[in-house]
Design a protein around this ligand. Structure first.
Ligand SMILES: [Zn+2]
Length: 265
């Protein structure tokens, strides 16, 4: 109070006179303006988990392959100095459900999940054409700026008792990306499939087939794995792959495994 009086006195001493507004302050009839509400700070938007990542997805085979043998039987470089067929028609169940229908649907569901997490998803094809050839598929991640590629397949073992998913890795690796990063990717995808309740194949040790002949793997300069999700000649799995809910579970698992792997990089 003493200080206020002192300041007031100092003002008067400087020759200031009370303004008209100062007189108004004491009058009850004139409402004082409400103080402006302090705006709530805008909540920062949650960053999407996979923002900034570019993911290549490769649906094995294609719907028009069978109708175009001259295209898919043409020879292309296999990535190890030999030549092999551009592509194949893939397998099918006893009642005619084709591998390409399955792979396309799973990849399309994965695209939706990963896109919702903020990733940029690029597909090697849209499921309605021929090919592309395996060399083009393998080069796809580096030609499309992808950090990683997952190629989705279904297997057609001669043995109807064989069942379950397995991974295929390039062996021996032709570059660093095909080595440890791809092995870790396969492990992450398989762990997610197991967590989703799917069975790992007993046909290959640790659920991993090491293979030198896959053009899709050989040509890739980014971490890459082929996932054979189910056996189309096994009666139980042949039925399962035709169930959209099961295909959604495959997509959920692969998207989760891919997300885990990407976030660990
Ligand atoms: Zn296949």
């Amino acid at each position: 109070m003493l200080l206020a009086l002192a300041i007031g006195g100092f003002g008067l001493w400087l020759g200031q006179t009370p303004s008209f507004a100062d007189y108004g302050r004491g009058v009850a009839a004139i409402p004082r303006p409400e103080p402006a509400p302090i705006p709530e700070p805008e909540p920062e938007p949650e960053p999407l988990t996979l923002e900034g990542f570019v993911i290549a997805l490769d649906a094995g085979h294609n719907s028009q392959n069978a109708a175009n043998p001259q295209v898919i039987n043409a020879l292309v470089p296999d990535g190890r100095g030999r030549m092999k067929a551009c592509n194949t028609v893939g397998t099918m169940t006893a009642n005619g459900y084709a591998e390409y229908e399955f792979t396309w649907d799973v990849v399309d569901r994965m695209r939706a999940l990963l896109d919702a997490e903020g990733a940029t998803v690029r597909l090697t094809h849209e499921g309605d054409g021929v090919g592309p050839c395996v060399d083009e598929r393998g080069q796809f991640p580096q030609t499309h700026g992808a950090d990683v590629m997952v190629s989705v397949h279904g297997n057609g073992s001669e043995n109807p008792a064989q069942q379950g998913y397995f991974a295929i890795l390039s062996e021996p690796p032709l570059n660093e990306a095909q080595g440890q990063p791809s092995r870790a990717l396969a492990a992450s995808l398989m762990a997610a499939l197991a967590a989703e309740g799917f069975t790992q194949s007993s046909a290959f040790e640790g659920g991993v087939m090491l293979n030198s002949e896959q053009g899709t793997l050989n040509h890739s300069e980014r971490p890459v794995v082929i996932m054979e999700l189910a056996e189309f000649h096994n009666p139980e799995e042949a039925e399962a792959v035709q169930d959209p809910e099961v295909r959604q579970r495959y997509a959920d698992a692969l998207a989760a495994g891919l997300t885990d792997w990407l976030l660990a990089q």
